[in-house]
Design a protein around this ligand. Structure first.
Ligand code: RRO
Length: 305
């Protein structure tokens, strides 16, 4: 009942693991594969190893978390050993793998994508981390021209579907969505974390995160994500993967009504445990049965009003 096809790829359900959470190792990914997810997205990896920021890198706030992990990863050549280990297991269990990658220019994105391609089903381009630093992440995704060039460079380098993950921290998400689709993106993931924001400890009088500021995730950002998906759906025809504050099947349905064909869960794991994937699938099914609907009937439905 929840089977979907996005970019010519069959998924057993539309509830995916978001980039950055439980994607650091093959073992962690396998754990989420066993928790009912239809696809897993890896931690964002780049060409070189990065240690990331010093702790504290995460802080809980009302309605979610702020994080500034700082793109910690072992570099793509080391990382593919993690996914090589679980490739057959995922195949046997019908769980698809999305390789999240970052770079500082179109050439670097292409290089990482080429190394990643044989090990994953789709590639997600992280042009949206809000605190990635000079030349990375949102600094790319806030510039339609640069976003377009990153996507088209990767489009020329790999054959598998590519997804552009967008930042909500822009004046007009529609302009960025059109630019990445013109560049050859087969799908769009929206949104990455919001902000960045900051928390200051009033006892020490210091910012809590070692990076001082970080991206906001969790329940509080859901209305922002919904509006962004609604806007993206209104200007492009590619599938949208919605992410940002989803913890229940009701949240997932809301994203689909705005225009998402599938959704990703990250921070929600903290609120409902690893089996949040099974729980959300069950809740979506319940809604569809009660309302006598199919998944395809609800995607983008809010645009009719
Ligand atoms: O690693 C991070 O600090 C991070 C990344 Br790459 C991202 O895309 N979004 C985020 O909130 N944190």
């Amino acid at each position: 009942m929840l089977k979907i096809n996005i970019c010519g790829i069959d998924f057993k359900n539309p509830v995916f693991l978001a980039a950055g959470i439980m994607g650091e190792t093959g073992g962690a990914l396998k754990r989420i594969a066993n928790s009912g997810a239809g696809a897993l997205c890896t931690k964002s990896v780049g060409i070189e190893k990065r240690i990331g920021h010093r702790n504290p890198t995460m802080i809980e706030v009302e309605g979610g978390f702020l994080n500034a992990m700082g793109l910690p990863n072992p570099g793509v050549k080391e990382y593919i050993k993690e996914i090589y280990e679980i490739k057959d297991y995922l195949k046997r269990n019908g769980v698809k793998l999305i390789g999240s990658i970052y770079g500082k220019n179109p050439q670097e994105f292409s290089k990482v994508a080429e190394i990643m391609e044989p090990y994953v089903d789709l590639i997600e381009l992280n042009i949206s981390c809000p605190h990635a630093g000079e030349g990375y992440g949102a600094q790319i995704g806030q510039d339609p021209n640069l976003s377009n060039r990153v996507v088209s460079s990767v489009r020329e380098s790999v054959d598998i579907p590519i997804i552009a993950k967008l930042t909500p921290n822009v004046a007009d998400i529609k302009e960025i969505a059109k630019a990445v689709v013109e560049g050859g993106a087969d799908a769009i993931t929206a949104i990455n974390t919001l902000g960045p924001g900051m928390v200051i400890d009033i006892k020490t009088k210091k910012p809590i995160l070692s990076n001082k500021f970080g991206g906001m995730s969790g329940k509080a950002i859901k209305p922002i994500a919904i509006r962004n998906i609604y806007d993206i759906y209104s200007v492009v025809d590619v599938p949208i993967i919605g992410v940002g504050g989803i913890t229940t099947g009701e949240d997932a349905i809301e994203f689909m009504l705005a225009g998402a064909s599938a959704i990703q869960v990250g921070t929600g794991i903290y609120y409902r445990g690893y089996d949040i994937f099974y729980k959300i699938c069950g809740e979506i099914e319940e809604y569809l049965i009660e309302n006598n609907l199919k998944l395809k009937d609800i995607i983008g439905r809010a645009h009719e009003f």
